[in-house]
Design a protein around this ligand. Structure first.
Ligand SMILES: [Zn+2]
Length: 88
């Protein structure tokens, strides 16, 4: 989720409707995309996936089993890539 940007594709939530007094914009450019589509876009943009994290646990490294880790692994698989953080 990106906060404070107001351009680009995706859902833009009117800050006046959030009860923030017009101080906060929520822009969700990936809200209508599947995780694999976001991953593919990241691949095309050269995102350093080794620096990204999806694990829901507060640990030193991804657990590989939670919903976030499994979803990330599935998305990498769907785009034909291997998660650089995946354990062998
Ligand atoms: Zn995890």
């Amino acid at each position: 989720m990106l906060i404070g940007l107001s351009s680009g594709p995706g859902l833009h939530i009117d800050r006046n409707r959030l009860g923030t007094g017009g101080k906060l914009d929520l822009v969700l450019p990936f809200i209508n995309m599947k995780k694999a589509e976001v991953m593919q876009l990241g691949k095309e943009l050269g995102v350093p996936f080794e620096l990204t994290w999806s694990c829901y646990l507060n640990s030193e490294e991804p657990c590989g089993h939670c919903v976030g880790c499994v979803g990330r692994a599935n998305a990498f698989s769907l785009i034909g890539e291997k998660d650089p953080l995946a354990k062998e």
